[in-house]
Write a protein of this length. Structure first.
Length: 463
């Protein structure tokens, strides 16, 4: 689609199957939110009109993926479908060992079961919630080293997902290379706006890791979106095919973990891919304990077939052009409505700066979650908070807020049309006109890890 001559960008697919949306009244949504403890993770999906909670596992699969599902070999061991899947991953990543899992957090749990532990530190551009939790549960600590411009949400810098190379070297000196089992680059950087990591940054990070003999891993759930943004924003790659850009990204790493529920365009699945044979052996032993035999890893053969096909389809440049432009369209509409967002828009969603939008609500009253709840009440739109509910902590009885208070509007792949997004923009326009009336929340029940999934809250006026 790089030669597409028209201003209007159309979906590069046609719709064959549809499902109904969850239309509700304001009163029904009030009841649903109250019953959910003001946590939209606990709202039934049939009570949601537009679901932007996550782009994970929410894609619409293609006719070819559904056809591949019918070819699934459900043999317990050595199924043909595993080898189809293994070849697709090896061709893409160049990794020697491929281990299927049911989703990305399973790969994280397995990896840190033998690489984590007390005294260990894992460095990253930014860990996402499940990655951080799996590291911390092992006894290790997770340290984020984003570039300074990542915190300047108005800064239009093209690669705000990069790791800060100077801080990376300083952190290696501080913690000691022998205590750092690996460095992770999350591509794209989910926690801080879905921002891409440049090829130059990946290459320079790899050089530093090689110097200190620390393995570099990619958290590659959104590798294709990252590769396409490299093509668009890093001039030397402008004419290079996205598949080759992705392959180069992987060439600098010694391993990767993927939630295939994102850029493999499936509803379930993932993998851990490694070059280290000893690590692969340890991973497979842990896999058998918690996921299944190494050739199915907790998945059906049909899931492996759908992943293999999805890893091919996601690299189609017509699809990627439409995908990135769709996210930009939402971002442009929100900015026109006076809603502050992280700029530029990234690969998989738009991130609203709730700290600025609801500046009258302090962090301890969870402004991001307050906006999430009001968005649902107003229009039945479900989003997710990335702020003090997700990352805030209590240390020695004192509340420590997150550095950011964001609301992520994650776009499911190949699901919603432009009119759906126009509706989202319209609801935000209404919220912008009455934002000062939105009130904060108090935490009723919290959890040590992944608090945002299970927490219960209440409006501050509620006794």
């Amino acid at each position: 689609m790089t030669s597409w001559p028209w201003e209007t960008i159309i979906e590069p697919f046609k719709i064959k199957s549809v499902e109904p949306l969850g239309f509700t009244t304001r009163e029904e949504r009030e009841d649903a939110l109250r019953a959910a403890g003001f946590n939209v993770f606990h709202v039934r999906a049939d009570k949601v009109l537009i679901d932007l909670l996550t782009d994970s596992g929410t894609s619409a699969m293609s006719a070819e993926q559904w056809a591949a599902i019918m070819r699934g070999d459900e043999s317990y061991a050595g199924a043909r479908s595993f080898y189809v899947f293994e070849k697709a991953v090896k061709d893409l990543t160049g990794m020697r060992e491929v281990i299927p899992v049911h989703q990305g957090r399973a790969a994280e749990r397995i990896l840190f079961s033998f690489l984590g532990g007390a005294g260990k530190t894992v460095l990253a551009n930014a860990h996402f919630d499940t990655t951080r939790a799996n590291i911390e549960v092992s006894g290790a600590q997770a340290v984020d080293l984003p570039v300074p411009e990542a915190w300047d949400f108005e800064n239009p810098s093209p690669f705000k997902g990069d790791i800060d190379l100077r801080r990376l070297e300083s952190a290696i000196q501080e913690y000691g290379a022998k205590n750092i089992p690996l460095v992770i680059l999350t591509v794209t950087n989910n926690s801080l706006g879905g921002q891409p990591v440049s090829m130059r940054n990946i290459r320079d990070t790899a050089k530093i890791c090689l110097q200190y003999r620390i393995p570099l891993f990619l958290d590659c759930a959104r590798f294709a979106e990252n590769a396409y943004l490299i093509k668009n924003r890093e001039a030397v790659y402008a004419k290079k095919p996205v598949r080759e850009i992705a392959q180069e990204m992987f060439s600098y790493a010694q391993g990767c973990m993927m939630s295939a529920k994102k850029d493999a365009l499936v509803n379930i699945g993932g993998f851990l891919a490694l070059n280290d044979l000893d690590w692969a052996k340890q991973a497979r032993q842990e896999l058998i304990l918690g996921e299944g035999f190494p050739t199915y890893g907790g998945l059906a053969g049909r899931d492996l077939e759908a992943m293999a096909r999805g890893l091919e389809e996601v690299l189609d440049e017509e699809y990627l052009h439409y995908r990135i432009r769709s996210v930009e369209y939402l971002g442009d509409g929100l900015m026109e409505a006076g809603v502050p967002i992280i700029r530029p828009t990234g690969g998989h969603g738009v991130y609203v700066d709730a700290k600025r939008f609801l500046s009258h609500i302090p962090p301890e009253q969870y402004p991001g979650q307050a906006l999430v709840c009001e968005l649902y009440l107003a229009g039945g739109i479900r989003a997710v908070e990335i702020g003090s509910l997700m990352f805030g902590r209590r240390v020695n009885g004192r509340f420590e807020p997150a550095k950011m208070e964001l609301v992520r509007l994650a776009m499911p792949r190949r699901v919603y049309t432009q009119s759906h997004i126009d509706f989202v923009i319209e609801v935000f326009r209404d919220l912008a006109q009455r934002k000062d009336s939105i009130r904060g929340l108090r935490l009723v029940e919290g959890f040590e890890h992944l608090n945002h999934f299970m927490a219960k809250l209440a409006p501050l006026s509620t006794a």
